[in-house]
Design a protein around this ligand. Structure first.
Ligand code: IPM
Ligand code: MG
Length: 368
């Protein structure tokens, strides 16, 4: 029996709805597998702001540090759009990433065969797609200093952000990408804009250094990020692992998500250093946002959130077999046509609700 603590931060919008389906999966494990999880719940984003006046309370951060893994739903809603920048829901998520030093963000884009026709690209371009985007998550444009909006002498304003990377910030995420590639097809493609940015030149040189000195077995290539975006939609299956910076990774992973049929399918893991206990600092969240337009209607696709928990099983707790079983259960429910509206094919009857998809996943876990 191995016992683990989870902190659930369901957040805003559809976050709590999709997280409810993950709770079913956790309960199922507690009742039916040797794994045992203890759940702690707390607030993040707008939900935290409503109660505490800040999007991430210090106590929540302390509990996040103490937990073996954090599961996050989503943050953000239109009613917070007018808040000051530092109070916005997104700042809570960014603070968590930064404070837990979650520098490697893993975003797998996997096209389940059952969904190949839901993609906006042709089936023969996406069928069998299996790429892993590794996005640097704690530096670059999102956090670089100086930043801000400066009022000039003539009253005009200048918006400033800094795209800044150090050697070690690049090397450590490059190592994460190479470690993953070793478990996969052994190829890494690094994306930057070395043709226009000095930080891109450094990025390219340091990733190359890591491979030359520490991972000579890895087949490394480099691509400018704009060309990478084009290649992702032209011939996505050419890629195995893509490693890129925080801002390019944000954009490229949304594009990759659509290849898989729906943004509602893409999970993510954000990983940091390993603790003395041997577990990495870790936060798992679906890539989709809070989707305020459909929140509260019971129609949100819970698959990305459930698949994020599968990543927790694999990357935090070393339970690959259990992770694969959960992924297979999701795929089987989808293949049987139990799908939320975002994945519905025309003429295929009534779409399933969020909780019906969750129940179908449990049903298939039970039968596995
Ligand atoms: C993501 C999101 C976040 C980001 C937002 C919600 C701050 O788009 O995780 O991709 O920009 O990183
Ligand atoms: Mg994004």
């Amino acid at each position: 029996m191995s016992s683990h603590t989870l902190l659930i931060l369901a957040g805003d919008g559809i976050g709590p709805e999709v997280m409810n389906e993950v709770r079913k999966v956790i309960d199922w494990h507690n009742d039916n597998s040797p794994l045992c999880f203890t759940i702690d719940d707390d607030l993040v984003g707008g939900a935290a702001f409503d109660v505490h006046g800040v999007p991430l309370h210090d106590d929540t951060l302390t509990r996040a540090r103490a937990a073996d893994a954090v599961l996050l739903g989503a943050v953000g809603a239109p009613k917070y759009d007018t808040l000051p920048f530092d109070s916005k829901p997104e700042r809570g998520l960014l603070a968590l990433r930064r404070e837990l030093d979650l520098f490697a963000n893993l975003r797998p884009a996997l096209c389940f065969d059952a969904l190949a026709d839901s993609s906006s690209l042709k089936r023969d371009v996406v069928a069998g797609l299996d790429i892993m985007i590794v996005r640097e998550l704690t530096a670059g444009m999102y956090f670089g200093e100086p930043r801000g909006i400066r009022v000039e002498a003539d009253g005009s304003r200048t918006g400033i952000n800094t795209h800044r990377y150090s050697t070690e910030e690049i090397r450590r995420v490059a190592r994460s990408a190479c470690d993953l590639a070793r478990q996969r097809r052994g190829r890494v493609c690094s994306m930057e804009k070395a043709n226009v940015m000095e930080s891109g030149i450094l990025w390219r040189e340091e990733v190359q250094w890591v491979v030359d000195n520490e991972y000579p077995d890895i087949d490394l290539s480099h691509m400018y990020a704009d060309a990478g975006a084009m290649e992702l939609v032209r011939e996505p299956r050419q890629f195995d692992v893509i490693v890129t910076d925080n801002l390019f990774g944000d954009i490229l992973s949304d594009a990759a998500a659509m290849l898989t049929g729906s943004l509602g399918m893409l999970p993510s893991a954000s990983l940091g250093q390993r603790s003395a206990k041997g577990l990495p600092a870790a936060l798992y969240e679906p890539v989709h946002g809070s989707a305020p337009d459909i929140a509260g209607q019971g129609v949100a696709n819970p698959c990305a959130c459930v698949l994020s928990f599968a990543m927790a099983l694999r990357y935090s707790f070393g339970c690959s077999a259990e992770a694969t079983a959960l992924e297979t259960a999701v795929e089987s429910a989808l293949a049987d046509g139990i799908r939320t509206p975002d994945l519905q094919q025309t003429g295929s009857g009534r779409p399933a609700s969020t909780s019906e998809v969750g129940d179908a996943i449990i049903d298939r876990l039970q039968r596995s």
